[in-house]
Design a protein around this ligand. Structure first.
Ligand code: SF4
Length: 367
């Protein structure tokens, strides 16, 4: 994490999390009363988005800490829950939707250990299973070198048996997870792609072998792992490239240590395209055979998606029929033609994932 400028909300000054970050960054930071001052600072740079990756604001989360993932009704949703622990990312993927989310985007660390503790106590009393991730508005492990957030979360989740934490990353920042008593309630998860896509579209991320080695280390520390192929980038030769990545996974990890694998292809709001063209002029990611989906996002033409997904699903199944494979935001035809079933009823996919989490992580059993 290379932070050039640190801003601090006066409301979090002196708090332990704030002081830990200041110490680790070796920056005292500038106290700002209003976020608008930071936006003015960023706007003065030629690429405010890039500067937002080097500018950290330590503050409280002004909104909900726990929220349901905003899937759309047109596609099958996995009923995921988001723990909103921070925003934005130090890495720089061409396709990253976060570039276009916040205005302009900025690294925010939310000082919320106490609220997280309370929320998890509430969840522990609920009569349902939760799959909770911190990787929706940020990468879960970019915070590891400067804060105790990942290790703190693992410790807190270990105390209950209703929820599993999924830490999703493209980094190899796992050292602080090593000696934590995780009680199997954390899944460490990597987004994977082909070496070519990582090289051309995922600036600043760890290489494929580095991600898989980190996953293997986590397994050796007793963690379960999961993998997400998202975004699958469809281009000539991609079926071979993606099935080779699947083969690589099993060189490092045994099937029984994998809780699930998800697959989703590149899709984007039309507003993201000019951003990619401006910030990544060498990227060709927006120039495939796309059509507008029911949620207004551009998606690859369906027969193309089905062909690649089928090759990937078949390769995973040739290695293990036990690993739960699912799609992120796909429809009935895609499910049926690639996996041979469709979780039709509302909540059905979520229940299937809950079952997999329960089996691997000992949820709801008092363990
Ligand atoms: S790693 Fe994830 S959050 Fe970070 S830039 Fe890439 S897509 Fe965005």
């Amino acid at each position: 994490m290379k932070i050039e400028k640190l801003f601090i909300d006066p409301a979090v000054l002196g708090m332990e999390e704030t002081e830990t970050i200041r110490r680790n960054l070796k920056l005292s930071g500038e106290v700002v009363e209003k976020e608008s001052g930071i936006f003015e600072y960023l706007a003065a740079f030629p690429d405010p988005v890039l500067q937002g990756k080097k500018t950290l604001y330590i503050t409280h989360n002004p909104g909900a800490l726990i929220k349901e993932c905003p899937g759309t009704s047109h596609y099958t949703c996995c009923d995921y829950t988001i723990l909103h622990a921070g925003t934005f990312c130090t890495m720089d993927c061409s396709y990253c939707i976060l570039q276009a989310y916040f205005n302009p985007p900025l690294l925010r660390y939310f000082v919320e250990h106490e609220r997280i503790r309370q929320e998890l106590e509430n969840i522990a009393r609920k009569d349902r299973i939760y799959r909770i991730g911190t990787g929706e508005f940020t990468d879960s492990l970019i915070w590891e070198p400067i804060s105790d957030l990942p290790a703190f979360l693992v410790q807190q989740f270990a105390k209950q048996d209703r929820a599993v934490l999924e830490l999703k990353t493209k980094t190899v920042n796992i050292d602080s997870l090593r000696h934590v008593d995780h009680n199997r309630k954390t899944i460490v998860s990597w987004s994977l792609n082909t070496p070519e896509v990582i090289r051309s579209e995922e600036r600043g991320t760890a290489s494929l072998p580095a991600r898989l080695k980190a996953a293997r280390k986590c397994v050796s520390w007793g963690y379960k792992v999961s993998f997400h192929f998202d975004p699958v980038v469809i281009e000539p030769g991609c079926e071979k490239a993606y099935t080779e990545v699947i083969d690589r996974i099993f060189e490092y990890i045994r099937p029984e240590d994998i809780v699930w694998i998800s697959i989703g292809s590149f899709r984007f709001m039309p507003a993201l395209k000019p951003m990619i063209e401006k910030r990544f002029p060498e990227s060709k990611i927006c120039y495939g055979e796309f059509i507008q989906g029911l949620d207004n996002k551009m998606r690859y033409f369906k027969p193309l998606r089905i062909r690649v997904y089928k090759a990937m699903a078949d390769r995973i199944r040739s290695r293990s029929r036990e690993i739960f494979v699912y799609f992120c935001m796909e429809d009935e035809k895609v499910w049926n033609e690639t996996l041979g079933f469709f979780p039709e009823k509302e909540g059905e996919l979520g229940h299937m994932l809950d079952k997999s989490a329960a089996e691997h992580c000992g949820l709801g059993t008092g363990n």
